[in-house]
Design a protein around this ligand. Structure first.
Ligand SMILES: [Zn+2]
Length: 275
């Protein structure tokens, strides 16, 4: 509850603050104005760096995926070689068994002794079964090799696609470096000059907030209802005590931070008075 006497005092206070504030606006060479100048150049530096970083990150990601595909292709090739070698061994084994079968068939044809005939016939059947089993294993190896060849073709297709995407990203990155590089150098120098005007304590507060909020180190202190002296932070929307407005408006060489987000506060007109 605000009583009449307090209202009169407050009206006087607001008028006084407004008068001082207009005076401050005539001379933008105040700490707040310097901080706003730093903020303007710092946010441009961060935006350009962020553009470069994203382009670099994108290319690195494509290259990482390409390397992963290369590793999978190498693995598939190694497995193909193993299955082919195993298949060749099975074929050789099958050939040896076949030679033995051929010899036994000749013996069978020339056999005159029924007992010997039965023994040869029995061995022949066993060897044929053994050869069938070996041939099954050979076919299995051929099937596995074929499947891996199909997989390899698909991996090669994906890898070629990834190379195209990576190269396009690299070309874009080079363009970006060309466009951004020299401008970034200029802005870095401007930022150094702007930062040199700020006392270390305030610069530390600024840098902390800028790192925390991706360059949004400053926030406008806005009047929600000036008559009721209700103010808030334009960045986090939290209500601010009237003292924050009073400090800022009466002493533009004192940095005032939002009680909630800790961004450095400024009055809207200050930024328009800069540059
Ligand atoms: Zn805030």
């Amino acid at each position: 509850m605000v009583v009449a006497g307090e209202l009169i005092v407050c009206e006087y206070f607001i008028t006084l603050v407004a008068r001082r504030r207009s005076a401050n606006l005539i001379n933008p060479m105040t700490l707040i104005a310097d901080l706003v100048s730093l903020h303007l150049v710092d946010s441009q530096v961060r935006a350009l760096r962020s553009r470069l970083d994203s382009a670099e990150h994108y290319v690195a990601l494509q290259e990482k995926q390409r390397l992963l595909l290369t590793s999978r292709m190498d693995e598939a090739k190694s497995q193909i070689r193993q299955h082919q070698a195993t298949g060749v061994n099975h074929e050789a084994e099958s050939g040896s068994v076949k030679a033995r079968i051929d010899t036994l068939r000749n013996q069978l044809n020339t056999s005159t002794n029924p007992k010997q005939y039965a023994a040869v016939l029995n061995e022949l059947k066993l060897l044929q079964t053994q050869r069938d089993e070996i041939d099954e294993l050979t076919i299995d190896q051929i099937q596995k090799t074929d499947d891996l060849q199909t997989k390899l073709v698909e991996l090669e297709r994906l890898s070629a696609e990834r190379v195209k995407v990576r190269d396009a990203g690299q070309a874009e990155l080079n363009t970006c470096r060309g466009e951004v590089g020299s401008r970034l150098g200029e802005l870095d120098r401007e930022r150094t000059v702007a930062a040199a005007k700020i006392p270390q304590r305030d610069l530390d507060i600024f840098n902390r907030a800028a790192d925390l909020y991706d360059g949004e180190a400053m926030a406008e202190l806005v009047a929600v209802d000036a008559r009721r002296r209700e103010y808030s932070c334009a960045a986090c929307n939290m209500e601010l005590p009237v003292e924050k407005y009073a400090s800022l408006a009466s002493n533009p060489n004192l940095s005032v931070t939002c009680t909630s987000c800790h961004r450095i506060l400024y009055l809207g007109q200050v930024s328009s008075a800069v540059g």
